[in-house]
Design a protein around this ligand. Structure first.
Ligand code: AAL
Length: 405
């Protein structure tokens, strides 16, 4: 199958460094079991290689590229555009991390984190201050006829009562519709919001996108408990043992019905986080359930991505595709897993201004691998204190011609 052949090649992209360091200069023999003596004249012509007897490391890699990958996975994102109506930027208000967009009752629906007031950070009284823009959030929702002008409809899921696992903040929400029922999954924090506080994932469900929402009594996912802090001081970098990739926080949940099960993709943050590959040490995980409400069992294959930040996943061609941004050696790639677990790089894309993407789930995601990315929502930092939701578009490159050509 075309896609599968491409995948074989694309796993090659991830081993570029290994190959380039092991390729024998000036020797067109075998690298990664590719027999360079079988190269056709057509391949040489297509790649513009000067001398088959002097293949550079780059040419050897190029000879392993598939000829049938096409350009559909290679997208360019636009800059972000402000929204109108109630979701236009509002001083003093945080609206961020939009969910996917669904269409119900003739209107687009989106859910998001909302809070008010400036952020004090961790330097003062964490019991009473606001430590992050996403601290002291509730989940609100808005609707729109055209995707540009939005009406804020009100509160969807509030924080829990004092003492509950979600009493401090509920935020970074994702929507799933399944069999006429609606599910919101989101991050939760229990007070006090210290730098070492563990973040969990909660779920709420309703028969209508307008609610009322019933919240899960317990979190549906928690961090791995095999990390050990060093000392009592609130220092998230001091650890005796780091533990699994998600030993500190489970974030950015997104549930996708997949092969009769429910795949919960999430971002993991590890205790004792380091800077690696020039960014934060962020990985992605998967937990699988038989029912939307859970129980969700973490995959033994975790982590399923060693790069990326906010989860952005969609079904495509029997597998799951993922936009990987911001952190890790594979940032700015689009990947695809034929089984929803084993992701391979399909394309490398320019750095995106669209982060924390709310995908347009109303699109025909089978039309093209990246059709779902043509339009959607994101957020922007108007300042460290305040963020607002904006929209993006994307396109694939079809041609490159001079004016009048
Ligand atoms: C986001 C997400 C999570 C983090 C914060 C709010 O972009 O990764 O939601 O907690 O930043």
């Amino acid at each position: 199958m075309k896609l599968r052949r491409s995948i074989i090649f694309l796993s090659f992209i991830t081993t570029l460094i290994t190959i380039s360091s092991s390729a024998q200069i000036n020797s067109p023999t075998k690298v990664n079991n590719i027999d360079f003596s079988k190269i056709t004249q057509e391949q040489i012509d297509h790649l513009g290689i000067t001398d088959i007897n002097h293949l550079s490391a780059a040419s050897k890699r190029a000879l392993m590229w598939p000829t049938d990958l096409g350009n559909d996975w290679f997208v360019e994102f636009s800059n972000l555009s402000p929204l109108k109506g109630d979701l236009a930027y509002e001083e003093g208000v945080v609206r961020r991390d939009p969910s996917a967009i669904i269409k119900e009752n003739g209107k687009f629906y989106v859910w998001y984190s909302k809070s008010t007031g400036p952020t004090q950070g961790f330097g003062g009284d964490v019991e009473n201050d606001k430590v992050f823009p996403w601290d002291r959030c509730d989940i609100w929702y808005a609707t729109s006829k055209d995707g540009e002008t939005w009406k804020e409809e009100g509160l969807a899921v509030p924080r829990g009562k004092a003492g509950a696992y979600d009493d401090r903040s509920v935020f970074t929400v994702e929507i799933m519709k399944h069999e006429d029922k609606y599910y919101l999954c989101y991050q939760t924090v229990k007070s006090p919001y210290t730098v070492r506080v563990k973040n969990q994932i909660g779920l709420a469900w309703s028969n209508s996108p307008d609610g009322p929402w019933t919240k899960s009594k317990e979190p549906i996912l928690s961090p791995a408990d095999n990390g050990i802090w060093k000392g009592e001081k609130q220092d998230r970098f001091a650890v005796e043992r780091k533990g699994d990739f998600d030993s500190h926080k489970v974030h950015d949940p997104c549930i996708i019905p997949y092969n009769g099960k429910f795949h919960l993709y999430y971002k993991g943050e590890q205790m004792g986080e380091e800077i690696t590959f020039g960014g934060r040490q962020i990985r992605h995980g998967l937990a699988i359930a038989d029912k939307p409400e859970g129980p969700y069992i973490k995959s033994p294959y975790n982590p399923i991505s060693n790069s990326g930040h906010e989860i952005c996943v969609w079904p495509y061609n029997g597998g799951i595709a993922a936009l990987i941004t911001t952190d890790g050696p594979e940032k700015n790639t689009i990947q695809w897993a034929p089984d929803g677990i084993n992701f391979e790089i399909m394309s490398v894309i320019p750095g995106v201004s669209a982060h924390a993407i709310g995908l347009n789930r109303t699109s025909d995601n089978e039309k093209e691998p990246t059709e779902i990315l043509r339009w959607g929502l994101s957020h922007i930092y108007n300042s460290w204190n305040y963020q607002s939701i904006m929209s993006y578009t994307s396109k694939t490159k079809k041609q490159h011609r001079a004016k009048g050509e």
